[in-house]
Write a protein that binds this ligand. Structure first.
Ligand SMILES: [Zn+2]
Ligand SMILES: [Zn+2]
Length: 184
């Protein structure tokens, strides 16, 4: 006589006897739940795949920019506005010295982007660039400034590049936040 083997139901975790080794669940009720679970997972995966497949290069670059800017905000958390020097509790942004439109090759340059007050300097004074320049030289030094204001090769960033940049800055921000937490 065959002794029945037992295993744990994949859904309800109850031990059950099975005849067929491919049987993963204890009952028709759990079998139904298993199918639903698999369908939901497949659905989520497919939705994600579809969403990503319709993303354009510009979408991916925007995603990378969001991750990059988030890093700048954490890096400069204790800095004043690069242009006017305010430390008031106003809204701050990651302000580009050379604009993204004018110098797309510098849109992900850490030397080119610094914490800035959003309303006054970024928006109303279009970056408040003269003051930005003075304080930027103080912050990064003459050499880095020369590099920044020098010629730059055009980058033709692909979707894959944008994905890598996004991941790189997500990791970098996470790492930095971990260090900050450790220090405080
Ligand atoms: Zn079960
Ligand atoms: Zn400002």
């Amino acid at each position: 006589m065959n002794k029945l083997k037992k295993k744990k139901c994949h859904i309800c975790k109850v031990k059950f006897s099975y005849y067929n080794s491919t049987q993963a669940v204890c009952s028709p009720v759990c079998a139904l739940k298993l199918v639903q679970q698999k369908n939901e997972k497949a659905y989520d995966k497919e939705t994600k795949r579809l969403k990503e497949s319709i993303k354009t290069r510009a979408d991916w670059l925007n995603g990378a920019q969001t991750a990059f800017n988030a890093y700048i905000r954490v890096r400069d958390r204790n800095e004043p506005c690069i242009s006017c020097g305010t430390t008031k509790p106003v809204q701050y942004c990651a302000g580009h010295y050379f604009t993204r439109g004018g110098h797309p090759e510098l849109r992900f340059s850490e030397q080119n982007v610094h914490k800035q007050c959003n309303k006054n300097c970024n928006l109303e004074l279009s970056g408040n660039i003269a003051a930005y320049r003075v304080n930027l030289i103080k912050k990064i030094g003459v050499e880095a400034m020369d590099w920044l204001e020098g010629p730059h090769a055009l980058q033709n960033l692909t979707i894959e590049d944008a994905k890598e940049i996004k991941q790189y800055y997500r990791d970098k921000t996470k790492h930095l936040k971990g260090e900050i937490e450790f220090m405080t």
